[in-house]
Structure formats: structure tokens, C-alpha cells
Design a protein around this ligand. Structure first.
Ligand SMILES: [Zn+2]
Length: 66
């Protein structure tokens, strides 16, 4: 069975009589770390993003004219 590496798309050969490598489903340890780093960076960015509502300000509040 061949599984495409989730980071670079390279086919990873898997066999029933051979234990899966620790970096599966990636082709190598390096690709595993690349993918993990990608996810980490994305979460980091989302966690750092500050929006007006985070500060308690309601964007709709200022639009009311009555
Ligand atoms: Zn890879």
C-alpha cells in the first residue's frame, strides 16, 4: 500500500510485515516536523490575532443612529 506523504506528497510504501515508521504518514522525520511546524504556526497566528470584539467593543454599536 502506498500513502502520499502529507507534507510533500511523496509516496510512502507500507507493508503489513513491516512496522510503520514513527514519522508515518510522512515520508520522513523531516516532513513530519515541517507539517507540525505548519500547524503550530497557524495556531500561533490565530491565537495572536486581536479583534475589536476581543477587546469588548461591539462593531454594531457605533452604527446605530437612534
Ligand atoms: Zn515527505
Amino acid at each position: 500500500m502506498r500513502i502520499p506523504c502529507r507534507a510533500c506528497g511523496k509516496r510512502v510504501e507500507t507493508r503489513e510485515d513491516v512496522p510503520l515508521p514513527p514519522y508515518f504518514p510522512f515520508c520522513s522525520e523531516r516532513c513530519r516536523l515541517v507539517d507540525l511546524g505548519k500547524w503550530f504556526n497557524e495556531e500561533f497566528r490565530v491565537g495572536r490575532a486581536v479583534e475589536p470584539k476581543d477587546l469588548g467593543a461591539d462593531p454594531d454599536e457605533g452604527l446605530r443612529s437612534d
